[in-house]
Design a protein. Structure first.
Length: 276
């Protein structure tokens, strides 16, 4: 097969375009990481210091001012707990909608998804008062419940799509062998849909890890996650950009590492069923 000059040029152009877009998207994160190693004077300088004298002083100061590990532990517990709860609720709902649909199934799915378009501040007062009355303010349990219910529409939608890709004949054969709904789900549906479940779980963890509105509203100190950890470096005295950048870098580092390590599973799950 002959490779023409035009095809090589087109490939190089697309590669260059791809790298340009990637650098534009990644630049704010790269600049934040670089700023975290600068002094406060260099961070606010009008003349950018791209390769300033690197120092870990900001990270030491951040750790002394606020206990990073306590905030990180809260984020881990809330992210994993809310994702597990959302899956426990979403699996039977998606199974019912995928394999026993009714006339209102589509409408119900669209209604669930439409709830994500409502601003969270619209339900702030009733949620806050309800949590206050039942004693869930500034608790990991309360934040876990809010995040799980907030992610539930997306989790149900994704699982519904993945379950629809599973051949009905497989489940019908299991029923003919005497398998009940629980065995169908546990022994057949979940293993066959595992790539989609993994990608859904990863997405739910990322969404919960990055959630800030409810974290700042419903927690103060005991259950505050890393989003509150970042916000604590904004004070009436002003913004300390270098320390804020260090805190932000420490907050996003775990989820970036998780996303990088699981990118193959995430892509595989999101494309599950696209090609039969």
């Amino acid at each position: 097969m002959t490779v023409t000059a035009s095809s090589i040029s087109r490939k190089l152009l697309m590669t260059l375009l791809g790298w340009t877009v990637a650098l534009v998207i990644a630049f704010p994160v790269i600049w934040m990481v670089l700023t975290s190693f600068k002094s406060e004077t260099e961070a606010i300088s009008r003349v950018p210091h791209l390769f300033a004298r690197a120092s870990l002083d900001n990270y030491v100061a951040v750790q002394e001012q606020a206990k990073y590990l306590r905030f990180a532990w809260n984020s881990i517990v809330v992210s994993l707990g809310s994702t597990l709860l959302a899956l426990l609720l979403a699996v039977p709902a998606a199974y019912s909608m995928a394999f026993a649909p009714t006339r209102r199934t589509r409408s119900t799915l669209l209604w669930m998804l439409s709830t994500k378009m409502m601003p969270a501040v619209g339900v702030l007062v009733p949620v806050y008062l309800f949590f206050r009355d039942i004693g869930l303010l500034d608790t990991r349990t309360g934040l876990l419940l809010v995040d799980a219910l907030g992610n539930l529409p997306i989790v149900i939608w994704m699982l519904y799509i993945f379950f629809k890709e599973v051949p009905r004949e497989v489940l019908e054969a299991a029923r003919m062998d005497g398998a009940g709904p629980l065995r169908e789900v546990y022994n057949l549906l979940l293993p066959l849909s595992m790539p989609g479940i993994v990608s859904t779980s990863l997405l739910a963890v990322i969404l919960t890890w990055n959630e800030a509105f409810w974290s700042l509203t419903l927690t103060t100190s005991k259950a505050a996650p890393l989003t509150a950890f970042i916000a604590s470096f904004s004070s009436p005295e002003g913004l300390f950009y270098a320390k804020l950048s260090a805190a932000s870098t420490m907050a996003i580092a775990p989820i970036v590492v998780l996303g990088w390590a699981s990118q193959k599973q995430l892509v595989r799950g999101l494309t599950f069923g696209a090609v039969k």
